[in-house]
Ligand binder design. Structure first.
Ligand code: PGA
Length: 256
């Protein structure tokens, strides 16, 4: 059975004491919850990863980074490599978030290298794909997603692709308060699964965890997680508040 996951992407938020507080609030509550197999991933800014990996030793969370270099080591000032993540017991890494694509010009080819880097180091990629508003309005959303997958992850061998987690995040829904309608989310998740089946096979397609991301909050989470092909969420803004994040986790648990 594929994994059900709620992942919090803190982006570039929180000072160290605030990050510490948020982590404590989340983890203490999680200890008393029956997660029913739902995996909770926290993706803090990289300077706080150790805080999170330390917490993960005693609490039911996994830890993810938000980005990674496409190189493994060397003179790349300011970068962080996949072997570094592995050596710090980081389990996951978000790759290809739309903010990285948009503001840092990350190309599909570069993202392919990043996916390769993390897989090489036993870190699981959470690969993000998603269309811009104008692309959806032009009716190009399916083509855009197909190209992103084709050029960054469909090159993987079966055994590597099976490790991947995909997050569908329509760019127009990220941080805007506008969520994809359940019908729009379902349509794209089903489409992504059909592409995987065509490229690999039905077992792999059925086994791939596909998360939805984009203005997911405690109020719309239940409806989104009712969709059979939505396996969980990649949560931005609402993951910065322990109460909201825990409520979203709760909504996912209720569907188990
Ligand atoms: P949001 O962000 O929940 O704030 O829309 C989601 C994301 O960027 O992963």
């Amino acid at each position: 059975m594929r994994k059900r996951i709620i992942a919090g992407n803190w982006k570039m938020n929180k000072t160290f004491p605030d990050a510490d507080d948020l982590l404590i609030e989340i983890t203490e509550e999680l200890l008393d919850m029956d997660l029913k197999g739902v995996e909770v991933i926290v993706c803090p800014p990289s300077v706080y990863l150790e805080l999170a990996t330390d917490a993960a030793e005693n609490y039911p969370i996994s830890v993810g980074a938000q980005n990674i270099s496409d190189k493994s080591f060397g003179a790349y000032t300011g970068e962080i490599s996949a072997p570094m993540l592995k050596s710090m017991n980081v389990d996951y890494c978000i790759i290809g978030h739309s903010e990285r694509r948009q503001y840092f010009n990350e190309s599909n080819e570069q993202l392919k290298q990043k996916v390769y880097q993390v897989l090489e180091n036993d870190v699981v990629p959470i690969f993000c794909c998603g269309e811009m508003l104008d692309q959806r309005e032009a009716g190009d959303h399916f083509k855009v997603i197909e190209k992103q997958l084709e050029e960054s992850v469909f090159n993987l061998e079966d055994f590597d692709f099976e490790k991947l987690i995909i997050a569908y995040e329509p760019v127009w829904a990220i941080g805007t308060g506008v969520t994809a309608t359940p019908a729009q989310a379902e349509e794209m998740h089903v489409y992504i699964r059909s592409l995987i089946e065509k490229k690999y096979n039905k077992d792999i397609s059925e086994g791939t965890t596909i998360l939805y991301g984009g203005s997911c909050n405690p109020f719309n989470a239940s409806e989104l997680f009712s969709i059979k092909d939505v396996d969980g969420g990649l949560i931005g803004g609402a993951s910065l508040n322990a109460g909201d994040f825990l409520e979203i986790i709760n909504q996912r648990i209720k569907k188990q």
